[in-house]
Design a protein around this ligand. Structure first.
Ligand SMILES: [Zn+2]
Ligand SMILES: [Zn+2]
Length: 327
């Protein structure tokens, strides 16, 4: 197999030939057909997340077909199309696993961070954490749903049922969740970098009721806001934009420091919460609805060996929507 491997934090990924991996008991080998590029991959490469496995193959928005079944795998078939997400393994016995919060497992493995991911022609996955994807939709169109979509979905659920939803940072996740929220009959308010007219127009084209700079106030107070951008300064701005009792959800795994802010922005029972990882139930709930929701993912394709370019373009904001690597 071939893979783009991170051999040292901060270094470029290296195109590497590796022995074909064999699945252990309970595992599958997936021939990768598309793998999305997520901001978390940038955090891994930049060393912003603690204790990555090094060397590591990044990538956790994997779509492919099972080409080897390990011993004891049940419910999946050779040739079946599956998605492999960020949550790669949980211990099953810690209080969080036992309490329906496996996203907070004490001993988890994360795809592309602490176990090898999908910037490769093949990947080994724990069969229990792979999602059957069926045959509706193209591989590359589905890839961004495996993290941007799933974490976005969890964030939207945690944001509550309010009708007026703000999205701060209109990248891969927001462009999917805007469509989901619209499908649910909500109104979407999209916040971008000040003056980013092109992204604001993109948000409106996906059904946003309003789009503007993150320094602006929405025309009406929001029921909830989700912050997808990694910018801590957005937290007080989002608190200011939500109504009394409103909720602000931080969806990122990493964020710059949150500046101090006056207590009155938080007062009146506003809530500030974060979302970490996903549970398998999130995936089941979201992926079941995907064919109905008619989500159109805007993707920019890169050959697998151009992964460094894709990461650089993501860092610089040079594309709208999501980047997808094609082996
Ligand atoms: Zn656990
Ligand atoms: Zn991700």
């Amino acid at each position: 197999m071939h893979a783009m491997v991170l051999k040292k934090i901060g270094a470029a990924l290296e195109w590497t030939e590796l022995a074909d991996p064999q699945p252990g008991p309970g595992e599958i080998r997936v021939k990768v057909s598309a793998c999305g590029v997520c901001r978390t991959d940038l955090h891994v490469v930049n060393g912003e997340l603690p204790n990555p496995k090094i060397p590591i193959i990044p990538g956790h928005e994997i779509v492919g077909r099972i080409d080897v079944l390990g011993a004891g795998v049940e419910g999946l078939n050779l040739g079946e199309r599956v998605g492999v997400p960020w949550l790669g393994h949980t211990c099953g016995v810690c209080p969080y696993c036992l309490g329906h919060q496996e996203n907070l497992c004490d001993h988890p493995l994360f795809t592309g961070y602490t176990r090898n991911g999908g910037f490769a022609t093949a990947v080994i996955a724990d069969a229990r954490f792979a999602f059957p994807l069926g045959e509706i939709g193209g591989d590359e169109a589905l890839a961004p749903l495996l993290c941007a979509g799933l974490i976005g979905w969890r964030s939207l659920v945690i944001a509550g049922k309010g009708k007026m939803i703000g999205l701060y940072g209109f990248g891969a996740a927001a462009h999917i969740i805007a469509q989901v929220a619209k499908w649910q009959g909500r109104s979407v308010f999209a916040f971008t970098r000040a003056g980013d007219i092109a992204t604001q127009a993109f948000a409106r084209s996906l059904g946003a009721t309003w789009a503007g700079g993150s320094d602006e106030q929405p025309p009406e107070p929001l029921d909830a806001a989700i912050i997808f951008a990694t910018v801590g300064e957005l937290v007080p701005l989002a608190l200011k934009a939500v109504r009394k009792g409103g909720r602000v959800v931080c969806a990122g795994i990493h964020m710059s420091d949150i500046p101090s802010f006056p207590y009155r922005l938080f007062w009146e029972e506003r809530q500030l919460v974060s979302v970490a990882n996903l549970t398998r139930q999130d995936g089941i709930d979201f992926l079941r609805l995907v064919p109905e929701m008619g989500i159109v993912t805007k993707i920019t394709r890169y050959p697998l060996n151009q992964a460094n370019q894709a990461l650089a373009d993501l860092r610089a904001g040079r594309f709208k929507g999501a980047a997808v690597l094609m082996p």
